[in-house]
Write a protein that binds this ligand. Structure first.
Ligand code: GDP
Length: 705
């Protein structure tokens, strides 16, 4: 039996078993090394002792082990403990077995575990996410080369800057007599996931960041232009604004930041890259045109991002404007206006005449107020790239939106996997500035590599820190390169963990009737408590916008009697999103069910593979009885399960073959018509004439719901 199998059997980690082997001087080093029967008996002994006290944690157990050693060698240990141990020792002084003495002392230690636990922090080393070999060596106060040597001994070829998994780091730590514990804090190198926790006293109000979405020609650009021209912040540069991907405007002495790339493609693309910068979405609907396909898409995107929505009903200056129709159609699309008892403000505007725009800005500030948007200007900046380009003369130029903190000229920053120093910085009026606080868009130079829109950036105190973070990100990026986020039906289901029982699907169909039929069939599937959540359903070909939404929402795309546009296909390939096309509903439902079933815990069924008749018993003092057998049916495998039948009655069940021998050699399997020696893991009391029936557990498909 390997260390790994044994660990599984006794419900301990491999590291813990290896530690115990070390205590017992058993010469094993890796999870794949084999334990002899004697080893197992010794280990069982040790572990049984532990189970005499269910309240004892493994952590306590480790401490106790160390303290037992200490007692055996030291004369100055706690008097009370020492006395009771000595008493216990005297009681059993006839017992000469060293191992037993160790175990006996250990048992005694459990009585004092609370006392022992109070003095142990020196032995605990913290494991940070993606901790590198070098960092582990530092924490253990040993040389990196020593750690690398040990890792090589375990079959791991790693360099000093490579991250180590917890399990491997734990074995190394144990080797140095330390206990490794996972640190609760996060890894700043993974700054996309890093949650910044600021001191309450440092937090100040920050301007809201707003994105405008809506159908083409409904007035997004006109509205953005109007607001920019009429509510300029920097009067000195009056009106002459630079396009840097976002701009700020002043209303009632309060700043508002607008993302200058209208439309949901950019919005969702950024979200898909982990940069959820938008605080409020304005959905613009032209009153002369009403709700159009891209209006609905915009609603889906805003809802998927869980961002507050304000509806701007535009072009009310036009003769054929019909505001009521917009209210009705938006309500039908799931956006209930405030005046109809919902919670979405509708503001009537004209981006041409400016009518209603002040009210729109006021509403933005009210919604922002309710969100209580705050940030800490006293920290190094974090934020997202909104645009980037290469300038012939100055090289890489990027627009950043600062989400928290303050960015200053000269700050070392990390974007993607490269680091740089901010060389120059301009605001949206083209004015050079030296620092920029939360919610401010800036254009900076100094980058060595061109980042992508939606990439996150983070500033650091020193260049050395930025450099090491960038290097670590590079390594992590390489490791993660194979594990792309994109979705296929298989990995979508496979990636769902027990707590997350919803699967996102984006559905496109040929006609309304089939859209509804497919949607309701999908929503009815509930195999294993897993629900299918249709995040968008619509009619028509699968578009790029569908792919972007699917990518941002971890969804797969299903097309029913429709195809995908070639640009959507390319994008889906790029983003690793699976598009599945169907023409028959039951086939679609069947595939989804099959995939879900693949996720459920497997169901096993017994399959008898062979039988052996015991002809002669060989008795050995060390390993017990070996059943000299003749295979009467099928075959016997050394890994198979077994039961023993005597006179047609099962006398031993749920057993396992522990060894299978032909002559003196261990073999993997023996076929019908041959003789062999069999031992079982549990049952040993064989009689001639007994039948050993051998079976395997085979995984069977789940029943369809
Ligand atoms: P976008 O595609 O959503 O960015 O729409 P645009 O801002 O380019 O506007 C499309 C057309 O509608 C342009 O010709 C604008 O001049 C016009 N437009 C935009 N807003 C209004 C408005 O409030 N009233 C009128 N009459 N025309 C508008």
């Amino acid at each position: 039996m390997t260390v790994k199998d044994y660990a599984k059997d006794v419900n301990l980690s491999v590291a813990e078993v290896l530690k115990k082997c070390q205590e017992l001087n058993i010469a094993v080093h890796t999870k794949d090394d084999y334990l002899t029967d004697d080893d197992i008996i010794m280990l069982d002994n040790l572990i049984n002792l532990i189970s005499t006290d269910d309240e004892t944690t493994f952590e306590e157990e480790d401490v106790i082990d160390d303290k037992v050693d200490e007692i055996l060698t030291s004369s100055t240990f706690d008097k009370e403990i020492k006395e009771s141990v000595t008493k216990e020792k005297l009681k059993k002084k006839d017992n000469k077995n060293e191992k037993n003495e160790f175990n006996m002392l250990k048992k005694e230690m459990y009585k004092h575990k609370n006392k022992l636990m109070s003095n142990t922090t020196d032995d605990i080393v913290l494991y940070k996410n993606n901790m590198t070999v070098g960092e582990l060596a530092n924490s253990l106060n040993v040389s990196g080369t020593d750690v690398i040597k040990k890792l090589i001994g375990m079959g791991l070829m790693v360099s000093i800057n490579e991250p180590l998994e917890f399990e491997n780091a734990e074995i190394i730590a144990l080797d140095y007599g330390k206990t490794l514990k996972r640190e609760e804090t996060q890894d700043v190198a993974n700054f996309e996931e890093y949650e910044i926790i600021d001191n309450e006293n440092d937090l100040v109000k920050r301007p809201p960041i707003v994105t405008i979405m809506g159908h083409v020609d409904h007035g997004k650009t006109t509205l953005l232009d109007y607001i920019r021209k009429t509510h300029v912040v920097d009067k000195e540069f009056g009106g002459i604004t630079q396009h840097i991907g976002a701009y700020q405007t002043m209303y009632n002495d309060e700043l508002i930041t607008f993302i200058d790339t209208p439309g949901h493609a950019a919005f969702t693309e950024m979200r898909a890259r982990g940069a959820s910068v938008t605080d409020i979405v304005i959905i613009i609907v032209a009153a002369d045109d009403g709700v159009m396909p891209q209006t609905k898409e915009a609603i889906d995107h805003a809802k998927a991002a869980n961002v507050p929505i304000i509806v701007a009903v535009n072009k009310i200056d036009k003769k054929d404007a019909n505001i009521d129709r917009v209210l009705t159609e938006m309500n039908e699309a799931g956006i209930t206006p405030e005046i109809w008892g919902g919670d979405i403000p509708f503001i009537n505007i004209s981006a041409h005449t400016g009518e209603g725009i002040d009210l729109l800005l006021e509403t933005i500030l009210t919604v922002a107020e309710m969100q209580n948007l705050r940030a800490n200007p006293n920290r190094y900046a974090v934020g997202a790239v909104i645009e980037s380009r290469v300038d012939k003369n100055i090289g890489g130029v990027a627009s950043f939106l600062i989400q928290n903190g303050t960015l200053r000229i000269g700050d070392p920053i990390v974007v993607g996997t490269s680091y740089a120093k901010v060389r120059t910085m301009k605001n949206d009026s083209g004015k050079s500035i030296v620092e920029a606080g939360p919610s401010t868009p800036v254009e900076i130079t100094g980058l060595t590599k061109n980042p992508s829109a939606g990439d996150k950036f983070m500033a650091f105190e020193t260049e050395a820190e930025a450099k090491s973070i960038a290097e670590k990100r590079e390594t992590l990026a390489k490791i993660n390169a194979g594990k792309q986020k994109g979705k296929s039906l298989d990995d979508l289901f496979a990636s769902i963990n027990a707590g997350d029982k919803e699967i996102n699907v984006l559905l496109k169909a040929d006609v309304r009737g089939s859209e509804e039929a497919v949607k309701s069939s999908l929503e009815k599937i509930t195999a294993g408590g897993i629900k299918i959540n249709v995040i968008r359903s619509g009619i028509g070909a699968i578009s790029e916008s569908d792919v972007i939404l699917a990518s941002a929402s971890d969804a797969i795309i299903i097309g029913f009697n429709v195809v995908a546009s070639s640009s959507a296909k390319d994008l889906a390939k790029d983003k690793n999103i699976e598009i599945r096309l169907y023409t028959i509903i039951y086939k679609l439902v069947e595939d989804m069910e099959d995939a879900i079933n693949g996720l459920l815990d497997p169901v096993y069924e017994e399959k008898v593979i062979g039988a052996a008749e015991i002809r002669k018993i060989f008795k050995f003092s060390k390993i017990g009885n070996i059943a000299g057998s003749y295979i009467t049916d099928g075959l016997v495998k050394n890994s198979a399960l077994a039961r023993v039948i005597r006179d047609g009655i099962i006398i031993a069940s749920d057993d396992k073959i522990s060894s299978l021998q032909r002559e003196k050699d261990s073999v993997k399997e023996v076929k019908k018509g041959y003789e062999c020696g069999i031992t079982l893991e549990k049952f040993n009391d064989f009689k001639e004439g007994d039948i050993i029936e051998v079976y395997e557990m085979i995984e069977v498909p789940h029943e369809k719901s």
